[in-house]
Design a protein around this ligand. Structure first.
Ligand code: UDP
Ligand code: MG
Length: 327
C-alpha cells in the first residue's frame, strides 16, 4: 500500500508564488503516485499564517479547483514555526508521513521522491540538507553558518545546514506533539524525538517570486529562540566567569596589599580595590548559583517527554496473573 504523504507549506503573504507552487507540487504528487511513492489520499496542505494579502483567497480557490489541495487558516500571524507546527499537527492523524517545505520553491521539489524513498526504507525523520549556500547573500550565509556553529558549541543537537525541509513519519509527529513548549524552534526539537533518521542533500534555488518573509529581525529572534530554548550553557558560563573573577581577585588583593606596604598606594585605595574585587567575584558566583537553579526550573517548566519507547519485546507470560486464576 502506497503511503499517504502530506506536503505541509506555511504561507505568509505568498500571493505571487502560490499558484505556481501548488501547480508544481500537485504535479509532483501525481507523479509520485504513479511511482508507488504516494497513495491516493496524499495531499498538499497550505497553512495561511494570517496573511494580509490574497493568500487565503487563492488557497480557497485552489482547494475548490483541485481535490489534492487542502488549507488551514490561522487567525493571526504567528510566525513560520507555529504555522508549520499547525500544519504538521493537522496532517498528523491523516497521513503516514508529512514533508514540510517553503512556499517559495526554494526547497528542491525534485528531491521529494528521495525523502519518501528513505521513509519506505524505515526512516522516521529525513532531514533535507543544503549542498551549498551560493544562492544566499554573503551576510545570510555567514550569519547562518555561524549560528549552527554557536549552537554546536552550546551543546545543542542541530543538523548543519538543515532548515525546515524535512520528512516526519506519523509516529515522529506524535512524538513532536508531546513537546508543549511555546518558544518553538523545530530544528532543535526534532533531533530530540529520536528514531531512525537520514539525510537528503539538495540544491537550494532562488526564491521563485516575492520577497523573503524573514527579515533580519525575525532571523535574530529565531536564532535567540534556538539558543535560549535549548541551552543552559549561558547560565553555566556565569558561574565559570564568577570563579575566574574570584581567582583574579586573589591577585588583585595581593597587588593592593603589596602596594599598601610598599607605600605606593594613597590612603583608602587598598580597602576600595580589595572590596571591589572580592565583592565582584562573590556576586558573579552567587548569580551563577541562582542561574543553576533557574536552569533546573527552565527544564522542569518545559515538561519535555523524558523518554520514548521505540520497541518493546515481552514474553507472553509477562505481566500480572489474570484475575480468577488464583487458587
Ligand atoms: N512564513 C510564515 N510566517 C511568517 C514568515 C514566513 O509562514 O511569519 C513562511 C513563508 O511564507 C515561507 C516560509 O515561511 O513559506 C519561509 O519564509 P521565507 O522563504 O520568506 O524565508 P527565507 O527563505 O528567506 O529564509
Ligand atoms: Mg524562502
Amino acid at each position: 500500500m502506497n503511503p499517504t504523504v502530506y506536503f505541509v507549506i506555511p504561507c505568509y503573504n505568498e500571493q505571487e508564488v502560490l499558484e505556481e507552487t501548488v501547480k508544481r507540487l500537485t504535479a509532483k504528487l501525481g507523479a509520485m503516485g504513479g511511482q508507488g511513492l504516494a497513495g491516493p489520499k496524499s495531499r498538499v496542505l497550505l497553512v495561511d499564517d494570517g496573511s494580509k494579502d490574497r493568500t487565503w483567497e487563492i488557497i480557497a480557490r485552489l482547494h475548490k479547483e483541485n481535490r489534492l489541495v487542502e488549507g488551514v487558516k490561522l487567525a493571526h500571524n504567528r510566525g513560520h514555526q507555529h504555522a508549520l507546527l499547525c500544519g504538521l499537527m493537522t496532517a498528523m492523524p491523516l497521513c503516514d508521513c508529512a514533508i514540510s517545505l517553503d512556499a517559495d520553491l526554494q526547497d528542491d521539489v525534485d528531491a521529494l521522491d528521495q525523502f519518501v524513498a528513505k521513509y519506505l526504507e524505515g526512516c522516521d525523520v529525513v532531514y533535507g540538507v543544503r549542498n551549498k549556500r551560493d544562492t544566499d547573500t554573503w551576510f545570510k550565509r555567514t550569519t547562518a553558518e555561524g549560528f549552527y556553529k554557536v549552537m554546536k558549541l552550546l551543546g545543542v543537537d542541530v543538523v548543519f545546514n538543515h532548515a525546515d525541509y524535512r520528512l516526519m513519519s506519523r509516529r515522529a509527529l506524535e512524538g513532536l506533539s508531546e513537546y508543549k513548549e511555546v518558544n518553538l524552534f523545530l530544528r532543535g526539537i526534532v533531533p530530540l524525538i529520536g528514531y531512525r533518521s537520514d539525510y537528503v542533500y539538495y540544491d537550494r534555488h532562488e526564491r521563485f517570486a516575492g520577497e523573503s518573509k524573514y527579515p533580519l529581525k525575525k532571523m535574530i529572534s529565531l536564532a535567540l529562540d534556538g539558543i535560549t530554548s535549548f541551552s543552559v550553557k549561558p547560565l553555566k558560563l556565569i558561574s565559570n566567569f564568577g570563579i575566574l573573577i574570584s581567582i583574579l581577585s586573589v591577585f588583585g588583593l595581593l597587588y593592593a596589599l603589596v602596594s599598601y606596604f610598599a607605600g605606593w598606594a594613597v590612603s583608602g585605595w587598598t580597602a576600595i580595590v580589595c572590596s571591589i574585587w572580592l565583592l565582584g567575584g562573590l556576586q558573579m558566583l552567587c548569580l551563577g548559583v541562582v542561574g543553576g537553579y533557574i536552569g533546573k526550573i527552565y527544564s522542569e517548566v518545559k515538561a519535555r517527554p523524558r523518554y520514548r519507547v521505540e520497541e518493546l519485546l515481552q514474553q507472553e507470560e509477562t505481566g500480572p496473573e489474570p484475575t480468577g486464576s488464583k487458587k
